[in-house]
Ligand binder design. Structure first.
Ligand code: JHZ
Length: 387
């Protein structure tokens, strides 16, 4: 493993403070590169129980973009499989479209597992392990489809994760995994995608190599530009069915970009650091000119930008968010208050910093009136600019 970058003394990105006086625990964030598999990953990470527990705040149903994305895909594949297993079902916006008597979900954050159990989908409120996979097979049989979005990168033990998948998937079954693309993290300088919840930063290149360790084969990949800053959807099988044309093309593109090459990745990491300095400088300058700045979307990424750049409530007055679980709390360490989204809080504000830059189009549409009346957004993705 070769070190790529370390961020010191960061709080957990979703470890929101209930009270102003609360102190957030701080941890270093160490990112490394594995030369054998080309996998970028954290090392010395914090225990999973600190990250994913019964007070977890991220709710995928707060963004129409995500609701549409998962609904469209569910409706597309429903005829192929009526009852998949979903690992990490969160608010249920994918699994709710399937046969509720037969579909199965796994969600370790009990506050979210309860939601899908309440709509009739058997949801195991546990971490994804080999033991749980065996229990699911015993209770429901092997699964013809396993789906998992934005979860595999959070599971710290890859052996446990893929051995459990192998345990549960039928011989002719399909495993579909969605995960933000590391290529986009680098191309768009998304430094705020580095946080403790994300233990792995998969590329098509690393995913293919990792799967081979578990006798699994990557057959196809589709790319979703508007999802979490660029997301890959991987199609995986127990048998080697060859590689689709677009998979071959994606692997070739990544090879040319240098995703298997430590030195080339380091060049992009340095560009990211520059992006971090530039957004900090822009916000500090606006403070000097007494411009009012608030945040839009108390994302995990917003916590990272604030704390990686050393910004706090003196630089950004508050951040607006639609998620009830986040409202009334404070961004850890930076202590920026999170207010319930209400258009009135945009009145007389000069600039909104886009914490949820991955929903730029959705948000621009929603805030057209504010923009037309002179309101401006600031973003650092893919470069620092004002919209
Ligand atoms: P959003 C989460 O990251 C955490 P975050 C997690 N670890 C992960 O892997 C990624 O997702 C994929 C709010 N909002 O989706 C709602 C508004 O207020 O970018 C959310 O709090 N108004 C699981 O936290 C936040 O922004 C709006 O109009 O970076 C969006 O969070 C919209 C559209 C969103 O994920």
């Amino acid at each position: 493993m070769k070190k790529l970058i370390t961020f010191e003394n960061l709080p957990l990105s979703n470890g929101l403070l209930n009270d102003w006086d609360d102190t957030a625990p701080l941890f270093n964030l160490n990112v490394g590169f594995d030369e054998d598999t080309s996998l970028v990953h954290l090392y010395d990470n914090v225990p999973a129980e600190l990250l994913f527990n019964d007070t977890y705040v991220y709710d995928s149903s707060q963004s129409q973009t995500m609701i549409n994305h998962f609904r469209d895909f569910a409706l597309k594949i429903k005829d192929m499989c009526k009852a998949p297993l979903e690992i990490g079902s969160n608010s249920g916006i994918f699994i709710e479209h399937f046969d509720r008597d037969k579909a199965v979900a796994v969600e370790p954050c009990k506050n979210f597992a309860e939601r899908t159990n309440n709509i009739g989908i058997k949801t195991y409120p546990e971490y994804w392990t080999v033991d749980l996979a065996k229990e699911i097979v015993k209770n429901h049989g092997k699964r013809d489809m396993i789906f998992s979005a934005n979860t595999i990168s959070h599971i710290q033990d890859l052996d446990e994760c893929f051995n459990a998948i192998n345990e549960c998937i039928s011989d002719n079954g399909t495993v579909i995994i969605e995960s933000p693309s590391f290529l986009d993290v680098l191309e768009n300088k998304e430094f705020d995608q580095f946080y403790h919840e994300h233990n792995f930063y998969f590329s098509v290149t690393s995913m293919e190599k990792i799967l081979l360790k578990y006798d699994l084969f990557l057959r196809d990949v589709s790319y979703h530009k508007d999802i979490h800053g660029g997301t890959n959807r991987y199609f995986i099988y127990k048998r080697n069915l060859g590689k689709s044309e677009r998979l071959v093309a994606a692997l070739e593109y990544e090879k040319n970009f240098g995703l298997d090459d430590y030195d080339k990745i380091m060049i992009h990491i340095n560009k990211m650091k520059k992006n971090m300095e530039e957004i900090k400088e822009l916000i500090l300058n606006m403070n000097i000119f007494q411009k009012t700045i608030v945040g839009y979307g108390a994302t995990a990424k917003f916590t990272q930008v604030a704390n990686m750049c050393g910004l706090d409530y003196t630089n950004i007055q508050y951040v607006l968010d639609t998620t009830p679980e986040k409202q009334g709390k404070f961004v850890p360490k930076a202590k920026i208050p999170i207010l319930k989204y209400n258009k009135k809080f945009l009145k007389n504000i000069d600039y909104c910093f886009l914490g949820a830059w991955n929903y730029k189009d959705e948000i621009m549409k929603k805030e057209k009136k504010w923009i037309d009346s002179g309101g401006k957004f600031i973003t650092h993705i893919p470069w620092v600019h004002i919209i």
